[in-house]
Design a protein around this ligand. Sequence first.
Ligand SMILES: *Cc1c(COP(=O)(O)O)cnc(C)c1O
Length: 375
Amino acid sequence: MDYKKETDMIIDDKRGVDYQTANQPLYYSTAFLRPSLDSEEGHLYVRHGNPNREKLEEKLARLEHGKFAFAFNSGMSAISAALMTFSPGDHIIMPNDMYGGTYQLVKTVLKRFGLEFTSVDQSDITNVIDTIKEDTKAIYMETPSNPTLQITDIKRMVEVARVRDIKVVVDNTFMTPLGQNPLLLGADMTIHSATKFLSGHSDLIAGAVIVNDPSISEQLQELQVAMGLGLGTYDCWMLNQHLKTLTLRWKQSTENTEKVHTFLKDHQSIAHVYYPIENEVHMSQATHAGAVISFKLAEENKAQSFADHLNIPLVSVSLGGVESILSHPETSSHKDLPEHERIEKGITKGLFRLSVGIENVEDLIDDFEQALKNM
Ligand SMILES: *Cc1c(COP(=O)(O)O)cnc(C)c1O
């Protein structure tokens, strides 16, 4: 960690010394004094930015190897801003297993503003090519996808898009910037729900968009300011703190996930495990298979009993916390999908998604072992 980048120089006129603190001070001020009436320099009003948001955005840009980062007050506002850089009449190709909130956003809100969407199974790139039309301006991707961790080839998608002047937007929430860097693979925008692994403690809601192109950056800045989507001061500070342990948390969670995978894949009570560790495309574009694993019970009607017998994971929604979180897509994230679509995607009663935390992995596996035995 570079502490010169981590905090600010504080000028102490009274003592005649300059000093730095371990953590950046929290600038809880909505307005900043103007050195002169016509001065345009520095911060002025908090909706436009402040030192805590600026520091966080610099760090997010470095993490994703991008030039510009914007911190938003949720993953959904980050996605909204990214999609609102497009204009009425523009056509955007979405994944057919997109995050539920994104589905709601495009279907009920953005459609009313004249954006056009088609969703396809993007794990087969020919589906995407067949869907491209004259007005297609963007391909929006999630890889691995939720909850069955389907993989889309980012580089090939970029090749398809580039020659047709189409933008590629990647929701990189599941992989974190440590696991996958879409901008380095040629994508135009990378999005995070920072509510998940980036903050990592199941305590704050935030989002980010990272880009290289100055003109997209200007559009995002305008949206962040004009619509008031920027992340609040305290949450910027807190996310900055949490990011200091991202490497450790990600290392422990991914190592734990590999061991959980080894345990689950040969277990007689498990019918199927979804984890992209043997997927060549994924392993060529990411550094790791990740810290989210899904699995299906052989006896699907034992789902409730299985959940009841577990002691360690939170049985809830969300992911990316220091605690393992077990979710049940059929009754939570995907409950609004028509049944035939759910079944087509493998989202049945026995399917669980586990976001693996940083617990002692033997404890975690023991807990799964006893729940599978006693359910
Ligand atoms: C949670 C999540 C979002 C939405 O983020 P919020 O911070 O809840 O607004 C978007 N995409 C993915 C993949 C997510 O997991």
